[in-house]
Design a protein around this ligand. Structure first.
Ligand code: PEP
Ligand code: MN
Length: 443
């Protein structure tokens, strides 16, 4: 398998690409990226693929979560720690409930490029290019801010490396110790008005941990977790520059992250994104919205997974709470008819976004939950495994989604609305979702 050249990919045609004016600067950025070491190793991608194969077979559950859009300014120790903290906390609750390993994958260390519905944005009569993520331009609504700057690709690489470095240190250095993680959950249950049944679950986990300790279980399995990085593989220049041949196997891998996914807007069967990812050996996610045609879905899974390889595909459905119960069965049946068993994952975020009267893009916790609930109902009905969730989430106490334990109202959104793109669940909303999920996993 070879990696197609960048000009060949551009000749195929790709949607959602930046319009760079300075070709020499693009070439320089691509050359610099091409000379840098990989961010992840192919062997790690294979490990993740094996874990996702377990998800597909109903032997594990996937928690994929993180920012909608990472920003350069958000790369701080506090943000990374808080994000990991909430994800690991949720994973403990889910793992206890499901009694299967939870595969932890962040939308992290590379999630800097955003597809947009409109190329331009108009404010008070002024029209400028839309914000496409810090990998492309800046949020600031000025002509300089919104100009597409190829040097930012190098910054993405550097900040992804810094993020991964801290993440690796955290998950191996004792931060992820199961007992510490569980004590964060106990705090949540104590300090929030969650229902008594969550207290019971939390207390049960506490007893299980205490029992293990009295048995003398104190090995590394309690202290070290496996955590992987993922992002949408959107920018051809960046992903191509980090596509490398693995020296062990001679196979091409994307080394910008362990798992790469193709977004709802870039999954054209004859487009460059599908072409590039079809050549890389990483585990691949495909976002699937309600308008997908059965013939496209069939062609996509066949092109991206020609060998029916375990763990290769994760289908991330984002159908909306109103449509999930009607649309999901046909999607599952279409894929099953190809003979493939992908990991099925629910993204309850992207089909449920709306604008409030006071001008915020938000999502409502009960509606997010309704889509997850519908996802479980359909999979239980069809006898397939509801393999995981894909969430936009932060470890900080932001006010971007309404509802949940804190009963955030639309009027509260102004308080801490910090996302550069889509609204994220805050820490308490994330944990609450984990406790809800625990009940469905426990059925
Ligand atoms: C996203 O995951 O942030 C995103 C843009 O999703 P989708 O491609 O499903 O719209
Ligand atoms: Mn998003």
């Amino acid at each position: 398998m070879t990696i197609p050249s960048l000009p060949d990919l551009h000749a195929i045609g790709a949607s959602q690409q930046p319009t760079y004016l300075d070709r020499a600067a693009v070439d320089a950025a691509v050359a610099e990226l091409g000379a840098r070491p990989p961010l992840v190793f192919a062997g790690e991608c294979d490990d993740l693929k094996a874990r996702i194969a377990d998800v597909a077979q109903g032997r594990a559950f996937l928690l994929q979560a993180g920012d909608c859009a990472e920003t350069f300014d958000s790369v701080t120790a506090v943000n990374i720690r808080n994000s990991l903290r909430v994800q690991l906390s949720m994973a403990v609750v889910l793992q206890y409930a499901a009694q299967v390993p939870v595969v932890k994958v962040g939308r992290i260390a590379g999630q800097y490029a955003k597809p947009r519905s409109n190329d331009d944005e108009t404010r008070e009569g002024v029209t400028l290019p839309s914000y496409r993520g810090d990998a492309v331009n800046r949020l600031a609504f000025t002509p300089e801010g919104r100009a597409h700057d190829p040097h930012r690709l190098v910054e993405v690489y550097n900040l992804s490396a810094a993020t991964l470095n801290l993440v690796r240190a955290f998950v191996q250095g004792g931060f992820a110790d199961l007992r510490t993680v569980h004590s964060w959950n106990s705090d949540f249950v104590r300090n929030s008005r969650v229902e008594a049944r969550y207290e019971a679950l939390s207390a049960e986990i506490e007893r299980a941990l205490a029992f293990m300790v009295t048995c003398g279980v104190s090995d590394d399995a309690l202290k070290v977790v496996h955590y992987y990085a993922s992002h949408e593989a959107l920018l051809l220049e960046y992903e191509h520059a980090l596509a490398r041949i693995d020296s062990r196997t001679g196979q091409p891998y994307g080394t910008s992250g362990h798992m790469l996914w193709i977004g709802e807007r870039t999954r054209q069967i004859d487009g460059a994104h599908v072409e590039l990812l079809s050549r890389l050996r990483n585990p691949i996610g495909i976002k699937v919205g309600p308008s997908v045609a059965a013939s496209d879905l069939r062609a996509l899974v066949e092109k991206l997974d020609p060998d029916n390889e375990p763990g290769r595909l994760t289908l991330i459905t984002r159908l909306g709470a109103k449509k999930v119960r009607d649309a999901l069965p046909a999607i599952i049946e279409t894929v099953q008819a190809t003979g493939r068993t992908p990991a099925w994952v629910c993204d309850p975020m992207h089909g449920n976004t709306f604008a409030t009267d006071n001008g915020y893009k938000t999502r409502a916790f009960p509606v997010i939950w309704d889509e997850v609930d519908g996802f479980f109902d359909v999979h239980r009905e069809l006898g397939t495994w509801p393999g995981g969730v894909h969430l936009e989430l932060t470890g900080n106490d932001v006010t971007e989604c309404v509802g949940g334990v804190g009963e955030l109202a639309e009027a509260d959104l102004a308080h801490r609305y910090e996302t550069a793109c889509d609204p994220r669940l805050n820490r308490n909303q994330g944990l609450e979702l984990a406790f809800y999920l625990a009940e469905r996993l426990n059925e």
